[in-house]
Write a protein that binds this ligand. Structure first.
Ligand code: COA
Length: 262
């Protein structure tokens, strides 16, 4: 974790890893470097057993991320654009497939790829002044980093169509109302709120959290009967962990469980 990055900052708070997007002059818009550095950091976080949960946020109070860096667009050929879409999809896909919980702390604009990044996270906490949207339609484009796929799964077809086909930005309170974010707090409290959520998750049973995330993320992509089989298999597998014994013993002796991830 001692690598130095150009476009992200990395902080540790005990078992919680913070990834802070840091291209303020471009409102944390994603160029190739930011995408690569984020992918690299996510891989490192996945492989580090001392990291139990991750928070992604942007530096300052202006932007979580204003999306793909549009200055790259004029150079793109159709083939390069397709490849770029797949790279972004795979990078954000690492968050979804990550075995640890990931929280987006949305500190300002989350637009285009910025919102797509947040959509890949397990939880979204937003600052009151944050604005969220997929404005690609106004550029004659559509989302290419899973916006059309993940937004609909989170807010449903009607709201996803409205946000994508009109391309309007919505405010944090509306995002909360439609279930796009889990919580809205004043900007001054954002770090604290996201940090507390991450700490709570980092004290949970890592194996069960991983299986719950898999069952939720992947189970819903199959017909119900297959999803149920997946759930039953993971439920059974969770019984092989020492954490189950610890959870049961803690319940019986009315103490707080101390999970080891074994
Ligand atoms: N790509 C590259 N640069 C971007 C960017 C993006 N997606 N979004 C913002 N920037 C740059 C601006 O060009 C500006 O640079 P400059 O200071 O060199 O002119 C700087 O970030 C600040 O943005 P600015 O537009 O001046 O701030 P604002 O507060 O007036 O507006 C936004 C903020 C987010 C509403 C506006 O920048 C915007 O609409 N950005 C594009 C969002 C978008 O369409 N994303 C999807 C891309 S597919």
């Amino acid at each position: 974790m001692s690598k130095s990055y150009e476009t992200i900052k990395v902080e540790r708070d005990q078992n919680v890893l913070w990834i802070i997007l840091n291209r303020p002059q471009r409102l944390n818009a994603f160029n190739d470097v930011l995408l690569e550095e984020l992918a690299d950091m996510l891989e490192t976080a996945e492989g580090d057993p001392s990291v139990k949960s991750v928070v992604i946020t942007g530096d300052g109070d202006r932007a979580f991320s204003a999306g793909a860096d549009v200055t790259m667009f004029p150079k793109l050929t159709p083939v390069k654009a397709e490849e770029g879409a797949r790279i972004g999809q795979k990078t954000f896909g690492r968050i979804e497939s990550m075995s640890k919980p990931v929280i987006a702390a949305i500190n300002g604009y989350a637009l285009g790829g910025g919102l797509e990044l947040a959509l890949a996270c397990d939880f979204r906490v937003a600052a009151e002044h944050a604005e969220l949207g997929l404005p690609e339609i106004s550029l004659g484009l559509i989302s290419g980093w899973a916006g059309t796929q993940r937004l609909v799964r989170i807010v449903g077809l009607a709201k996803a169509k409205e946000m994508i086909m009109f391309g309007n930005r919505i405010k944090a309170d509306e995002a909360l109302r439609i279930g796009l974010v889990h919580k809205v707090v004043h900007y001054d409290k954002l770090r604290q709120e996201a940090g507390e959520m991450a700490k709570k998750l980092s004290e949970g049973p890592p194996i069960a959290l991983k299986y719950a995330k898999y069952a939720l993320n992947y189970g819903s992509q199959f017909p119900l009967e297959i999803g149920l089989r997946l759930e039953a298999g993971l439920f059974g597998l969770a019984f092989s962990s020492e954490d189950v014994k610890e959870g049961l013993e803690a319940l019986m002796s009315r103490r707080k469980a101390e999970f080891k991830g074994k």
